[in-house]
Design a protein around this ligand. Structure first.
Ligand code: GLU
Length: 417
């Protein structure tokens, strides 16, 4: 039997904890456990060598009681249906925690984008979009980037959707390039939100951001930008990693230079001013004040939670910590900012992008960032105050808020027929 903890088990366990504390009606709890709709597709793509390859893909729509489905699309060799179901559920709670009018969804295509050409990625994206046409749309389900997808991929999605409609529909997807209706600040929004929530946590525990040390697991769009923003706030980024391994420097790394190095070589490894190279497990256990897991699920488990030295953990990734690890961190009095709060800046600015598209407006970066700051500070306060009041931890408090709002919406709408 596999000992691997599955993200869907984690998501269902979290829901169970919230459902019990909220005293949810068993019918509503059952409703929340499963996605409303799941679509799986086999996407045929002619590769550069003229051979046809079939890629497995899916789109999972969890609950839309608070508004259209919303969530990213992930391109990853290990993506599977249960994982996407968990990610879709987390999107539902996330949108409710920051109180934006969306439900939760997620999509995935099982592929290795690092080994595919731009043409292959474009063909895959367009064909996958084509197979999703009846399921997505500005008022139904609005996709966005996630792991290994990016603004260019969103542009292809928008173009494919628009070609089928016969007119341009920028509001069908968020995280697009600015030139085709993307929002200022969307690219860094997740990371900016993570740092705002870490700053709010630091304030509560009496930690100064200036001079605090931080380690970041994952150096993609979210991890890389989190490191850069932290550096600009005076935080010392002592360790970063990507899927191949990590680098450490107690004096602090220059995140922008590490980014340049990664763009050139494909990895953070080999960065010249690093003192030593470390493994991903070692990165999580580094001596530091702040830890930012910004990679995949299931990284902080009961095996390593006891060895984590950070005082604040800001979950930039979705589902990086298992419920067993949550307990250990709580006992160690680590201040954990849960994913559905910490990384909600991304979907928040996605919402701003959608509103701008629907109203045919374009807001300035200052306006976007000011609105993001307001949403993050307010949501953090809501979760923090409820945590103190209910005498729970931050994850439970965020779940009580998110699940509670969704359950209320379901009860208010009633069950048809
Ligand atoms: N993929 C991101 C997330 O997990 C963003 C989703 C969105 O903007 O719709 O929150």
């Amino acid at each position: 039997m596999s000992t691997q903890i599955e993200p869907l088990d984690v998501a269902l366990e979290q829901l169970k904890i919230a459902a019990e504390m909220l005293n949810l009606d068993p019918g509503v709890h059952a409703f929340l456990k499963r996605p409303k709709r799941t679509l799986t597709v086999s996407v045929p793509v002619k590769m550069d060598d003229d051979q046809v390859q079939i890629f497995w893909g899916c789109r999972v729509q969890h609950i839309d009681a608070r508004g259209p489905y919303k969530g990213g699309i992930r391109y990853h060799p290990c993506v599977n249906l249960d994982e996407v179901k968990a990610l879709a559920m987390w999107m539902t709670w996330k949108c409710a925690v920051v109180d934006i009018p969306y439900g939760g969804a997620k999509g995935g295509v099982c592929c290795n984008p690092k080994k595919m050409s731009q043409t292959e990625l474009e063909h895959l994206t367009r064909r996958y979009t084509n197979m999703l046409l009846d399921f997505i749309g500005p008022h139904k389900d609005v996709p966005a980037p996630d792991v290994y997808t990016n603004p260019q991929i969103m542009a292809w999605l928008m173009d494919t959707y628009s070609r089928f409609k016969g007119y341009s529909v920028p509001e069908c997807v968020t995280g697009k390039p600015i030139i085709v209706g993307g929002s200022e600040g969307r690219n860094e929004a997740t990371s900016r939100g993570v740092l705002i929530s870490i700053r709010e946590a630091a304030r509560r525990v009496g930690m100064k951001m200036k001079g605090a040390t931080m380690a970041v697991q994952g150096y993609g769009n979210v991890g890389g930008n989190a490191a850069k923003i932290a550096h600009n706030m005076g935080v010392k980024v002592v360790g970063v990693s990507d899927s191949r391994g990590g680098i450490y420097s107690p004096k602090g790394l220059d995140p922008a230079k590490v980014w340049e190095h990664k763009m050139k070589t494909g990895s953070v490894l080999g960065f010249k001013s690093a003192v030593k190279e470390i493994t991903n497990p070692e990165l999580l256990e580094l001596e530091c004040d702040i830890l930012v897991p910004a990679a995949l699920e299931n990284q902080i488990t009961k095996t390593n939670a006891g060895s984590i030295k950070a005082k604040i953990v800001g979950e930039a990734a979705n589902g990086p910590t298992t419920p067993d690890a949550d307990k250990i961190l709580r006992e160690k009095k680590v201040f954990l900012i849960p994913d559905i709060l910490a990384n909600a800046g991304g979907v928040t600015v996605s919402y701003f992008e959608w509103v701008q598209n629907l109203t045919r407006e374009h807001w300035t970066l200052e306006e976007v960032n000011r609105k993001l700051e307001n949403v993050m500070v307010k949501s953090f306060k809501d979760v923090y105050d409820a945590m103190v009041k209910e005498e729970v931890d931050m994850r439970t408090s965020a779940l009580l808020l998110g699940v509670g709002r969704v359950a209320k919406a379901i009860e208010t709408l009633g069950l048809w027929p």
